[in-house]
Design a protein around this ligand. Structure first.
Ligand code: T4K
Length: 376
């Protein structure tokens, strides 16, 4: 234990980006003036336009959170039967499929990107398959070209859970432009937050009325109820936070990049630690800093040892979704995902962290892993 490196204040895996209070108060004054709190208010509309521009997409709607947005994406496409998906994700992805009355079929992942492995998708397709729900996990883009080819061949819809991928580009194209629909989460713990919040971006403009209706109890213009909808509307307080944070998003991502690269420089070639490999074909948002340890023993030990330094890491995503108590699927069918889930650890990464903090966390990791390797 290096007692001189213990943090006085706890460092969590993430911390929400907060704008200057005065900036948010300016929007609160507008809300007090407008007396319009939710249901497509003026800040909601302004935020929506700002996001369409920032994400470079034609069609976009806002939601109270990412999870309900994902359920609405599934409902809007009238999907039935089975959806092929990844088990290496947050519970939300699998729950959305199940809550919509469909069956998730788990496909293994690529060990380099942690995303669904397109080479294994075709084996999972049956006559009941209606869609692929892939996740750009940790903001790493899926193999969107190959997924699109498979979807066209078998006439499947493609939904991307882009909860982690706000601000990511693939070959110069903003990530929300792939597949039929993409969902972004604007939760407090994300690169870009509106307290809670979600976005759907989608290819077919004809879906707009249905998506808006599903978000508002299934009510259509005439006042009739056409769909079994939800209440998933974003309110004005959320939109205000989003508008504030949109002003600083490019600086926030640049700050994350600096911290991400500091981790890479401090940890590369140390004790076989592996991390996301950046390459020239995509632009990252530096949303998470997952590392892979040698095995589960080292991962769990390091997680516990770091707590003694007041550093709280997270085992995103462990256990796998196909190992949850509430489901009864065979996680043995996805051995690579199982292995990654047992070795992964996400280190703290957020805009208010300093380069010094990251160097300190890295020094602790190198020191403690050194101790663990010596005991081997
Ligand atoms: N799909 C994927 C792939 C997702 O990862 C998610 C959400 C979704 C869909 C659904 O999107 P949303 O419906 O959430 O928009 C967190 C988030 O709650 C969740 O949004 C996120 N993924 C998931 C990966 O992480 P927890 O259970 O780890 O959150 P919690 O409360 O433990 O917070 C994590 C850390 O953040 C804590 O150490 C403390 C810090 N924190 C958190 C909050 C809420 C703060 O400092 N301030 C805060 O206000 O799920």
């Amino acid at each position: 234990m290096m007692n001189n490196l213990v943090f006085e204040k706890r460092i969590n895996v993430t911390q929400p980006k907060m704008p200057p209070l005065s900036q948010y108060l300016g929007y609160l004054e507008q809300i007090w003036e407008n007396k319009w709190l939710t249901n497509n208010g003026p800040l909601h509309e302004k935020f929506k336009e700002g996001l369409k521009e920032y994400l470079e997409v034609e069609n976009l709607e806002l939601f109270t959170n990412g999870h309900l947005a994902l359920e609405i994406a599934i409902k809007s496409l009238d999907l039935k039967g089975e959806i092929i998906t990844t088990p290496f994700t947050f519970a939300s992805t699998t729950h959305a499929i199940t809550n919509c009355g469909l069956t998730p079929v788990f496909c293994d992942i690529d060990p380099d990107t942690f995303n669904i492995d397109p080479k294994k998708i075709e084996d999972k397709i049956t006559e009941k398959t209606s869609a692929i729900l892939a996740v750009h996990v940790f903001g790493i883009p899926c193999n969107v070209e190959r997924i699109s080819e498979i979807a066209q061949k078998y006439n499947l819809k493609v939904i991307y859970d882009a909860a982690h991928a706000f601000g990511v580009y693939k070959d110069g194209v903003s990530i929300g432009n792939f597949g039929d629909i993409s969902m972004f989460s604007l939760h407090a713990t994300k690169v870009f937050n509106s307290i809670e919040g979600g976005i759907l971006t989608y290819k077919d403009a004809k879906l707009s009325d249905k998506i808006r209706s599903l978000r508002n109890f299934g009510i259509v213009g005439s006042g009739d109820i056409k769909y079994v909808g939800l209440n998933a509307k974003m309110n004005e307080f959320q939109a205000a936070m989003g508008l504030c944070n949109l002003e600083s998003i490019d600086q926030d991502i640049a700050k994350r990049e600096e911290l991400f690269k500091t981790y890479v420089n401090s940890l590369q070639d140390k004790f076989d630690i592996k991390f996301i490999q950046l390459n020239g074909t995509w632009q990252h948002n530096y949303s998470y800093f997952p590392i892979l340890l040698k095995n589960k023993y080292f991962r769990d030990k390091l997680h516990e040892l770091l707590k003694k330094y007041n550093v709280v890491t997270r085992k995103y995503f462990y256990p796998l979704c196909n190992k949850f108590d509430c489901y009864n699927y065979d996680s043995g069918e996805t051995p690579i995902a199982l292995d990654i889930s047992q070795r992964v650890l996400c280190l703290p990464l957020y805009t208010e962290l300093t380069v010094e903090n990251v160097k300190q966390i890295s020094d602790i990791i190198v020191y403690e892993l050194g101790g663990l390797y010596e005991q081997l």
